[in-house]
Design a protein around this ligand. Structure first.
Ligand code: ZN
Length: 481
């Protein structure tokens, strides 16, 4: 690594082909990527950040070009070939050699579980936001199934206060649809919206009662927030441990049939059409759900959907061997579901990629399959796992980036990150040549529950900016020591 210091180390030129060490195609070996664990250690908002010769890709502007990017006071001031010429030698500039790197709009995760308040031994808001920043996320939405459940202004405000103290990736709370997520009485959505929520969901459980769901859609419509459904007919999944199919029969585990998801989404679509409200299907996992959502969209119903990285990459065969790391809800499905999900992602039927980051400690995972809690971590792994899907089933790089950033941003009603002059700097620098295994990563999440430990990653996040500030930095001189 070439580090040039002038004037008491005020100019630090980072990286560059000549200075890179390590034998991998990226030149960034594991030793170089000592993470910044606390945002306090990060130069939060350099007065002038210059990224030279970077491939900038922004599907919201049909941009794909090698450019210089200058960021002053948290705002993108210039993008274009040679844009850095005038300022790169400025004394207060931090200059990054972008050769071999990509700059993309920072990611937005609309579905994560950060466990605070109540289960801080699995994750805290600060560790979760550090994990998000390291995964390239400028924004992360947190589901309400904390302890207590986020069904009041007090819990929403507590989460926002913690995130504000942390001062990294921006947190957006999603409140419960019903008090205690019990499926009966609606929460005070007006008050919760005032407090800062961006959607409502009883995630973890399904709103089973059609009358309650109808009222939730009608009520949420007043505030233009989506009702996010965890679609699972609990009567059809009682005692279920994995997808119902040949593998569950072979393993002797109770099955969770596809139709338990499909019937709820079909009902919800009908209610959404009837109420003219906004509906979002969380973690869609079946080919039937994809078909129903495609049909709804073709009729102009305001229904959107998300898919998780694990449902795009794994099938129920991963459960053979009773790997509790592969126990998720909804469960991993069959190859035809995975193919349908990939095609739906490619053609936009599925709008967004959401991690469903669900940290658990060994207490919940190192146990019998039937006892294990469902879920896996995802914030730090998502992009590195999914970039390998580009070219498969019609998935393009712009579509992947859009599903990770601008689409989820629009669904939750926040300004989509964009690489545009005058925009607040919310971008992620990616090293697309990095090849390494998940087990070699230094994870910032407090939990380690992922079945992808041996998986080869096809990209590395090297810097993330959220709201104009650097929230993750694997390139700084400090990070390299
Ligand atoms: Zn869920």
């Amino acid at each position: 690594m070439r580090v040039t210091r002038r004037n008491e180390s005020r100019i630090v030129e980072i990286g560059g082909p000549a200075g890179r060490r390590g034998g991998g195609p990226s030149g960034l070996d594991a030793g170089l990527l000592r993470p910044v664990l606390s945002p306090a250690a990060v130069p939060s908002a350099p007065a002038l950040l210059v990224i030279r010769g970077v491939r900038a890709i922004d599907p919201t502007r049909a941009l794909d070009a090698t450019v210089d990017v200058t960021i002053e006071g948290g705002i993108i001031t210039r993008i274009g070939p040679g844009a850095a010429a005038a300022v790169a030698s400025a004394e207060h500039a931090r200059v990054i050699d972008g050769a071999g790197l990509w700059a993309v709009p920072a990611f937005v995760d609309m579905h994560a579980h950060l466990r605070e308040p109540g289960q801080e031994y699995k994750e805290e808001i600060s560790s979760g936001l550090n994990a998000a920043a390291a995964g390239g996320y400028a924004h992360v939405c947190v589901m309400p199934n904390t302890k207590p459940i986020n069904d009041t202004r007090a819990v929403t405000e507590l989460m926002l206060r913690r995130a504000e103290e942390h001062d990294g990736t921006q947190l957006h709370p999603i409140a419960a649809i019903t008090m205690g997520s019990k499926g009966k009485d609606l929460t005070e959505m007006a008050e919760l919206r005032d407090a800062g929520i961006v959607g409502v969901s009883d995630d973890g459980v399904c709103v089973m009662n059609s009358a309650v769901m109808r009222r939730a859609l009608e009520y949420a419509k007043n505030f233009d927030i989506p009702v996010i459904q965890h679609a699972e007919d609990h009567d059809l999944t009682a005692g279920a441990e994995m997808h119902e199919g040949n593998v569950s029969a072979r393993l002797g585990l109770r099955g969770w049939p596809r139709v338990a998801e499909d019937v709820i989404i079909a009902r919800d679509i009908l209610l959404t059409e009837y109420t003219r409200a906004r509906y979002h299907a969380a973690h869609v996992s079946t080919l039937g759900a994809v078909r129903i959502i495609a049909e709804a969209k073709s009729r102009g119903i305001d229904a959107t959907a998300e898919v998780t990285p694990h449902h795009l990459l794994l099938t129920d065969a991963a459960v053979i061997g009773y790997d509790t790391g592969c126990k998720v809800n909804p469960p991993l499905r069959e190859p035809e579901d995975v193919e349908a999900l990939r095609r739906a992602l490619a053609n936009g039927t599925i709008d967004a990629i959401a991690t469903d980051h669900a940290p658990h400690s060994p207490l919940e995972k190192d146990c019998e399959f039937s006892e294990a809690s469902p879920g896996m971590i995802g914030l730090e792994l998502c992009f590195g796992l999914l970039l390998g899907l580009v070219g498969e089933s019609g998935i393009t790089l712009p579509r992947l980036l859009e599903a990770l950033s601008s689409r989820p941003a629009r669904i939750i009603g926040i300004e989509p990150p964009t690489l545009k002059e005058g925009a607040r700097a919310e971008l992620t620098l990616v090293d697309p040549g990095a090849r390494y295994r998940v087990e070699d990563m230094i994870l910032r999440s407090k939990s380690r529950n992922t079945p992808f430990m041996k998986h080869e990653m096809t990209a590395r996040i090297v810097m993330t900016l959220s709201r104009g500030k650097i929230v993750f930095d694997a390139l700084s001189a400090g990070a390299a020591q």
